[in-house]
Design a protein around this ligand. Structure first.
Ligand SMILES: *[C@@H]1O[C@H](CO)[C@@H](O)[C@H](O)[C@H]1NC(C)=O
Ligand SMILES: *[C@@H]1O[C@H](CO)[C@@H](O)[C@H](O)[C@H]1NC(C)=O
Ligand SMILES: *[C@@H]1O[C@H](CO)[C@@H](O)[C@H](O)[C@H]1NC(C)=O
Ligand SMILES: *[C@@H]1O[C@H](CO)[C@@H](O)[C@H](O)[C@H]1NC(C)=O
Ligand SMILES: *[C@@H]1O[C@H](CO)[C@@H](O)[C@H](O)[C@H]1NC(C)=O
Ligand SMILES: *[C@@H]1O[C@H](CO)[C@@H](O)[C@H](O)[C@H]1NC(C)=O
Ligand SMILES: *[C@@H]1O[C@H](CO)[C@@H](O)[C@H](O)[C@H]1NC(C)=O
Ligand SMILES: *[C@@H]1O[C@H](CO)[C@@H](O)[C@H](O)[C@H]1NC(C)=O
Length: 649
């Protein structure tokens, strides 16, 4: 093609602007030629003659006609002449010609009114683009002034005609190259083009695959698997559920574009301390910003199992709101279906992706040492519980009272707790889900039972302090509270489902070898159950224990016997408080527990059975001493009352 030196210079300037990034949002795939049409006052019209092929497009203007002709389209063949709204007082009109080759779309805008000469079609594979300035023809009076391409003036002269020569290229590939070079903006470009096209169903691009769905009246929701490129395995493709609430009530039809991107191509990779899973799903409805859906959009991602110290989290980024790469967690809930599947429930529409976020918090230091200490402590406790249980049974033969009943209940509960704690690791390694759920629920049951029996001890002490004779309360009340209530709670949790199962605790020393145990899962439901039931019950036990301590001290510290027994009394109550505090430490999880606290927690808790035995032994000794001291004293009956409360503790 021939170009005069002036145009060459101008193109050089444009190229320079491009390379400086000033024109970075423009591209030479789309074509936009604008100018001012200087015309006469007579009625005017727009004449066009468009044919398929790829040679050139000619834009010319005369006194009464603006004319577009040439062959650059793939499918559109149209020729006609349309009258324009002519104001006789006006002697010039602004106009623009838009050519979107990917969609075979040609629009002429005259005086702010769009005339679509070629309507949008499917995305075209081969199209006529890279339009470059060819022949021009000078005019004297009527014609085009200030002709410009993408806003850059070609010349200020009055021209009769501009011709632009096109080249046939692979449009989809070129479009993708542009989109990829713009990274995140590219995702918007793709969605906009697909939304504009007259397609429904599948749209294939080298950089993304879309499905266009038309929601008509009575849309009831839809499950769909996103399209995949040919090289991808079908079972790794994300799937989407579109709820019925996506369809706006005011429109009879709305179009949804679901696009499947590869993050590696279009997104940089999320926050610095995490990586983006390669699948990214984009969803848009008629280019609107959709928020606060009453029913969430569900997107299921398939992936390889995450490393043990990492977990997946659904995040989204609305590129229409944030220009900077900004992945947010709000608006989406993450559901880990299994180790290879993660589901995102989101109440807004943007681009979705799962970030594999490295979770520091999940690792525990010195886990091996801690589990060893706990196992040894539990073994000691098991033996202590057996011994204590034997003592209590022997004593029962002599003295039949509910004090030993409550003690025995607590001993059995702690015995079960230690037993299931030792079993839970072993069962988890068998990798039988049912067995793990059962063991997890039994471990939880024995924990709740331990807490409930502690509550029973407090309750029993209360009765003694208030001088209610224990025989007034039938034993089944204690059994119901200590064994029945936890059973009821666990059965309710089991019927809800998804509460118990395998839990992995990752030692920081070896993230590839997590410690498995059967316990409550990490899901929302289990956490809720943990906070309401475990923490709630613990709070009740500890606070009622504290109230009881206060009551007992208030009730008996004026009596003469107090001096004699207050040391043992306080030590016993202190022990109970210690129980409460350590359990509390473990449960409330105050930020990162210091290592010393963690060790203390494991030691004291696992040795609870042993401490129980020590406490009982101390009590028995104390009682014998009291008995010998008070021999022959006149207050034998009041002593009887005193002993029971303090021994109760
Ligand atoms: C067009 O009209 C304006 C006033 O509306 C006038 O100043 C100008 O000279 C006219 N141009 C031509 C080419 O007639
Ligand atoms: C005409 O169409 C072009 C290209 O799609 C668009 O940029 C422009 O805003 C439209 N103008 C009007 C008045 O709708
Ligand atoms: C758009 O698609 C519909 C059906 O898919 C068709 O009936 C209509 O003619 C198409 N419009 C254009 C401009 O191609
Ligand atoms: C058009 O006319 C201008 C002067 O009015 C002249 O400089 C230019 O070279 C001419 N261009 C062509 C293509 O004839
Ligand atoms: C979509 O799939 C889910 C689970 O696969 C199913 O429960 C639901 O009924 C399905 N919805 C529709 C509209 O097909
Ligand atoms: C998680 O594990 C990987 C691989 O074992 C390791 O490279 C990474 O540093 C670990 N991250 C943390 C926070 O422990
Ligand atoms: C788990 O063990 C039970 C009983 O041994 C058996 O019936 C069940 O099939 C096992 N489940 C799995 C997933 O292996
Ligand atoms: C980490 O744990 C895995 C699995 O239990 C084990 O195979 C591996 O040897 C352990 N590595 C170290 C350094 O202990």
């Amino acid at each position: 093609m021939k170009q005069n030196p002036k145009t060459v210079r101008m193109w050089m300037i444009i190229c320079l602007l491009f390379s400086l990034g000033l024109a970075a949002t423009e591209n030479d795939r789309d074509f936009k030629m604008c100018g001012t049409w200087r015309h006469g006052s007579a009625p005017r019209n727009l004449k066009y003659d468009l044919r398929t092929g790829c040679t050139e497009i000619e834009i010319s203007a005369s006194e009464s006609t603006l004319s577009i002709r040439g062959s650059i389209t793939v499918k559109c063949t149209r020729s006609s002449s349309v009258p324009l709204n002519s104001n006789p007082l006006q002697n010039q009109s602004d106009f623009c010609v838009f050519w979107e080759p990917l969609l075979d779309l040609l629009i002429v805008e005259v005086n702010g009114k769009n005339h679509t000469l070629c309507k949008p079609k499917d995305l075209q594979e081969n199209c006529c683009t890279d339009l470059s300035l060819g022949k021009q023809k000078n005019a004297s009076l009527y014609g085009i002034v200030k002709g410009s391409i993408h806003g850059d003036i070609i010349t200020n002269n009055v021209m009769e005609k501009y011709a632009f020569e096109g080249q046939s290229i692979n449009c989809k590939k070129k479009f993708c190259d542009e989109a990829v070079s713009q990274t995140s903006r590219g995702a918007n470009m793709i969605e906009n083009v697909v939304m504009k096209s007259n397609t429904t169903g599948r749209v294939d691009l080298p950089c993304a695959q879309s499905t266009v769905i038309e929601m008509k009246e009575g849309f009831t929701g839809l499950n769909l698997t996103l399209p995949a490129s040919r090289t991808e395995a079908r079972n790794m493709i994300p799937s989407v559920y579109l709820p019925s609430c996506l369809k706006s009530a005011t429109k009879s039809k709305s179009k949804v574009v679901c696009t499947h991107y590869k993050a590696r191509k279009l997104f940089q990779g999320g926050p610095s301390d995490s990586t983006l899973l390669d699948d990214v799903v984009g969803l848009s409805v008629e280019n609107e910003i959709i928020k606060n859906l009453p029913e969430p959009v569900r997107i299921t991602f398939h992936h390889l199992p995450f490393p043990a110290n990492c977990s997946g989290k659904c995040v989204s980024w609305d590129t229409r709101i944030d220009n900077e790469e900004n992945w947010r967690g709000d608006g989406c809930n993450t559901f880990n279906i299994n180790e290879r599947e993660t589901e995102c429930h989101c109440n807004h529409l943007t681009y979705f992706a799962i970030l594999v976020q490295v979770e520091q918090k999940a690792t525990v230091r010195h886990l091996e040492a801690l589990t060893f200490i706990t196992a040894v402590g539990c073994a000691v406790s098991l033996v202590s519980c057996l011994v204590l249980f034997y003592w209590l049974c022997k004593r029962r033969i002599g003295k039949k009272n509910q004090t030993s009943l409550v003690h025995r209940g607590l001993v059995v509960a702690i015995f079960l707790l230690c037993l299931f704690f030792i079993l839970t690791g072993t069962v988890a390694n068998v990798e039988n889900k049912t067995a793990c759920v059962i063991t997890g629920s039994l471990l939880h049951y024995s924990l709740l039972s331990t807490l409930c029996w502690m509550a029973m001890e407090v309750f029993h002490t209360f009765l003694l302090v208030r001088k209610v004779f224990s025989s007034d309360i039938p034993p089944w009340v204690f059994y119901l509270g200590g064994f029945g209530l936890p059973a009821l709670l666990v059965i309710i949790l089991l019927s809800i489902g998804d509460i118990y199962g395998e839990k992995k605790i990752v030692p920081s020393e070896n993230v590839t070898g997590p410690y498995r145990m059967c316990w409550m899962l990490d899901g929302d439901k289990s956490l809720l159950a943990h906070y309401i039931i475990n923490i709630g019950l613990l709070a009740v036990v500890v606070s009622s224990g504290a109230v009881m301590l206060f009551l007992v001290v208030k009730e008996i510290h004026n009596r003469p016997e107090w001096k004699k027994i207050h040391v043992s009394f306080l030590s016993i109550w202190g022990l109970t408080c210690l129980f409460g505090t350590t359990w509390g430490l473990g449960f409330l999880d105050f930020g990162p527990l210091s290592e010393a606290t963690l060790f203390l927690f494991c030691i004291i808790n696992s040795l609870q059975g042993f401490f129980l035995m020590l406490r009982y032994y101390a009590l028995e000794r104390m009682k014998k001493k009291d008995d010998s001291i008070s021999d022959g004293s006149s207050s034998a009956s009041s002593k009887q009352h005193m002993l029971q409360p303090h021994e109760k503790s």
